[in-house]
Design a protein around this ligand. Structure first.
Ligand SMILES: [Mg+2]
Length: 192
């Protein structure tokens, strides 16, 4: 088994899930990151949570940032959102991302997918290729969940290693997922 830890940022409204960005890291050392140029950016812009947490990590142009006081703390925040920078090579049409993610997974020896609270991540991943049954050959039908592994090992949620930076950047999140999964495996190895 070769683990692929991944994370998606997405726009969801209780009925649909739409890909914004995807990050994948494989235990063989490869990494992948892409931003969906076909995302409905008008709807993303209307979503305050996405604009605060996800948007600042995307490749942008025409944006401005400044110091803003939030809850008594001075933070750097975007004061002008700008637009997603479609001249950045990480920004790609969804069909290109579907092909590249397929190739990434198919290049993996006996792949096992891992995500953190990954139910929605897996749905948005599988929908890259349409209905679940249209998954390309070799793409697993399910994702292992770091939180299930945590619970199985009797580790409390707040005992997990914390992410230092980049939370909600899909690639930073995928790297952190890999770190946490490996940390959990070490805890298990240490248990007599
Ligand atoms: Mg994330």
């Amino acid at each position: 088994m070769t683990a692929i830890d991944y994370d998606l940022e997405f726009l969801e409204d209780g009925r649909t899930i739409e890909l914004i960005s995807i990050g994948m890291v494989c235990d063989d050392g490869r990494e992948y990151y892409a931003v969906n140029s076909d995302a409905d950016w008008d709807r993303v812009r209307k979503n305050d949570w996405l604009m605060q947490n996800v948007w600042p990590h995307l490749p942008l142009r025409g944006h401005k940032s400044g110091l803003v006081t939030v809850g008594g703390k001075v933070q750097t925040r975007l004061t002008e959102p700008g637009v997603v920078d479609t001249t950045n090579t990480q920004v790609k049409p969804r069909w290109v991302i579907a092909n590249e993610v397929r190739d990434f997974i198919q290049a993996t020896d006996d792949p096992a997918l891992w995500a953190n609270c990954g139910a929605y991540d897996f749905v948005a991943l599988a929908q890259l290729w349409g209905p679940l049954v249209r998954r390309p050959k070799g793409v697993p039908v399910r994702t292992n969940d770091i939180q299930q592994e945590r619970a199985r090992l009797g580790v409390a949620w707040d005992e997990l290693p914390q992410q230092e930076s980049g939370e909600h950047n899909a690639l930073a999140d995928a790297r952190h997922n890999q770190f946490v999964r490996r940390w959990l495996a070490e805890q298990e190895a240490r248990t007599p």
